[in-house]
Each structure stands twice: as structure tokens, then as C-alpha cells.
Write a protein that binds this ligand. Structure first.
Ligand SMILES: [Zn+2]
Ligand SMILES: [Zn+2]
Length: 131
């Protein structure tokens, strides 16, 4: 399945299945996204392939948090975790163009969510910090 940034410069391909997926409500993801945080899925590196736009991807490393990799042309949030290293790739689910066939399984960092961030009654486990 395919994914891409808003301007289309960065494209990638993921071979399913994703290992896990979650909503993160931490302050770093919130600032980076401009909304509640982000929703990501983790996939083995061997199941991920960057198709185009490697030169457009910039990486920001926030103090105390995982990296935020984004498109320098359009600003789309794309990857995280230990990008470009690591055994797994964290893919922002909003960048996907097809159904990842996994649904978010838990919420992290609900203890530092925004005051206006009302958690849905989705029955998913909630962690004050990391899982
Ligand atoms: Zn872009
Ligand atoms: Zn976060």
C-alpha cells in the first residue's frame, strides 16, 4: 500500500501488516501536528520502502522525545521513532493513501494532553506516559 505527503514529493510503500498503532497525545506531537497529537503505526523496516523525495525529508529531534520527520516542501508529518535508523518505522497514519488494515489500539501520554482534548469513549487502554 502507498503513502505520500501533501505536495506529493515524498512517496512510500508499506507491505502490510503493521505491528501496532496508537494515538499519542504528548506535547511534542501536539506542537508538531498543530492538533491533539498524532496517530502512528509501526512497521518492520523490511516492510517499508521510500519511493521518492528522500531529499525533501527533514528531521527534527525534540528534547526528550522521538524524532519528527516531515516534508520540507509542504510540512506533512510523515515518520518518527528513530528515523532514518531503527528496526521499525513509525508511519503517521494520516499520510497513507490506502487502508492500513490496523486500527489504533491504545492512547499514550494522556497525562499531558491539551485541556481541550476530550478523549473519546473508544474503550482503548490509556497510558499516562508511554505504554
Ligand atoms: Zn510534501
Ligand atoms: Zn507523542
Amino acid at each position: 500500500m502507498r503513502g505520500s505527503c501533501l505536495c506529493g514529493g515524498v512517496t512510500f510503500e508499506v507491505t502490510l501488516p503493521f505491528r501496532r498503532a496508537n494515538h499519542c497525545h504528548c506535547s511534542r506531537c501536539r506542537k508538531h501536528s498543530g492538533t491533539f497529537g498524532l496517530t502512528q503505526g509501526r512497521v518492520a523496516r523490511s516492510q517499508f520502502r521510500l519511493l521518492s523525495g528522500e531529499q525533501l525529508i527533514r528531521v527534527f529531534s525534540p528534547v526528550g522525545g522521538k524524532v519528527k520527520a516531515f516534508c520540507s516542501e509542504c510540512g506533512s508529518s510523515l515518520f518518527g521513532g528513530d528515523w532514518p535508523e531503527g528496526e521499525e518505522i513509525s508511519v503517521r497514519l494520516g499520510s497513507l493513501d490506502d487502508d492500513p488494515e490496523i486500527r489504533p489500539q491504545y492512547h499514550t501520554f494522556v497525562g499531558s494532553r491539551a485541556p481541550w482534548d476530550e478523549l473519546p469513549e473508544d474503550g482503548l487502554p490509556r497510558y499516562e506516559g508511554g505504554p
